[in-house]
Design a protein around this ligand. Structure first.
Ligand code: G3I
Length: 365
């Protein structure tokens, strides 16, 4: 009897400890609100660094390949597919009980060369069909959501003059969604873009999504890439946009969140990688560490935007930060190469930052 009680008490203690540890993670804290995602590099997908692998498994429940599922890497030539890294991503997600967000099926950038060689409608439709069937079809039933079309709208709201638009006109948009729905009927299908709080761009995206819906194609969500700064866009701009997109009857996800703390070169915004600037000392002021006041400002910014996301949690299905730690971030190389930026939730030693604690704090019971 005594022994049984000891066993029972020990089991209760272990459970309590496990729960305490578990509560200290973003994925458990935001359970019931929305998924908490991250983007993984090739090495992170392959779990090369055990510390980062443990961190990813503990903190995040939605995984996106930062690069490895883009067409030029996954399907570099018409009859050549490189599945190894993407297969590993799905295996990792299944092992860690996480969802996979597929990024991305149709995008003008990091695009396989063969798409650019298609000059007739028939050839382009065949290439899109083959690509989407192969990729979405291979992972059908295992993909939570797809970025079906990425970055098809310009800042002024017009459609980007991509090779897809040139050959097929705007019909390529609905076609992509129809092909994705046929290849993977269960996945949620998204349109994903940056600078989604700009007024003209927002109106252009809404016009485009309405046309996709009128065509009878299924579109489940809109991804707002959150490549944002400490002050811009404002909370009001973010909220207005979330509500405007949701009014289309779709879900909204914040898909690529990072909060840039470095001075922004003039005329650069969003994530158009054709923009660039020279790396100068003035543009790279924190090579030896981030001052306390900037750490605090970033923590407040993260807290404010997550409070806003929580306010709209019935609309928002996922918030994904674009990278695991500050050292991994593409923001160290955009728009100027070789800067020391601090946009994410974990520092270069994989330690949680003030920004991390600020958003965990919001979910303390
Ligand atoms: O893999 C090669 C490596 O072999 C080579 O030595 C090295 C030299 O520069 O380049 C490596 O490739 C780089 C790749 O990232 C992997 O690190 C490319 O140069 C670099 O351009 C590429 O940047 C990626 C960028 O997309 C390209 O468009 C970033 O990592 C990635 O974060 C970024 O992600 C995009 C989203 O997909 C869409 N939305 C915007 C977002 C930010 O640009």
């Amino acid at each position: 009897m005594k022994l049984n009680r000891i066993v029972l008490l020990s089991a209760m203690l272990v459970t309590a400890l496990a729960n305490t540890t578990f509560a200290q993670s973003l994925r458990s804290a935001y359970d019931g609100a929305f998924l908490i995602g991250t983007a993984l590099s090739t090495n992170q997908i392959l779990e090369k660094d055990p510390v980062q692998a443990a961190l990813v498994a503990k903190e995040f429940n939605a995984l996106t390949a930062e690069n490895d599922m883009k067409s030029s890497l996954l399907h570099p030539e018409e009859d050549v597919y490189k599945w190894e890294i993407a297969d590993a991503l799905y295996a990792l997600a299944e092992k860690t009980n996480s969802k996979v967000h597929g990024h991305t099926l149709i995008w003008h950038s990091q695009l396989s060369r063969f798409f650019r060689e298609k000059k007739t409608k028939e050839d382009m439709i065949a290439a899109m069909t083959k690509h989407i069937n192969a990729v979405a079809g291979r992972y059908a039933g295992r993909t939570f959501s797809w970025d079906v079309v990425n970055e098809a709208v310009e800042g002024d709201g017009s459609l980007r003059k991509s090779v897809f638009l040139e050959v097929l006109g705007e019909d390529y948009l609905a076609l992509a969604f129809k092909l994705a729905a046929a290849a993977d009927p269960k996945a949620e299908l998204y349109y994903n873009d940056y600078s989604m709080t700009g007024v003209e761009k927002r109106e252009g995206v809404i016009r485009m999504v309405k046309k996709i819906q009128e065509s009878g194609a299924k579109i489940d969500g809109i991804g707002m890439q959150g490549h944002w700064g400490l002050e811009s866009p404002t909370l009001e701009e973010i909220e207005t946009s979330i509500l405007a997109y949701a009014a289309l009857g779709v879900k909204v996800s914040i898909t690529e969140l990072d909060i840039d703390v470095l001075p922004n070169p003039r005329n650069v915004s969003g994530a158009d990688i054709s923009q660039s600037a020279q790396n100068t000392a003035a543009l790279n002021p924190y090579v030896n560490g981030l001052p306390d006041e900037i750490k605090a400002a970033q923590a407040k910014r993260y807290k404010d935007i997550f409070a806003l996301f929580l306010k709209h949690k019935s609309i928002i299905s996922r918030v994904t930060v674009w990278g695991v730690n500050d050292g991994n971030s593409w923001k160290n190389n955009f728009p100027a190469r070789g800067r020391t930026n601090y946009p994410l939730l974990f520092d270069r030693e994989n330690k949680p930052k003030e920004a991390y604690y600020s958003i965990l704090e919001l979910r303390k019971k």
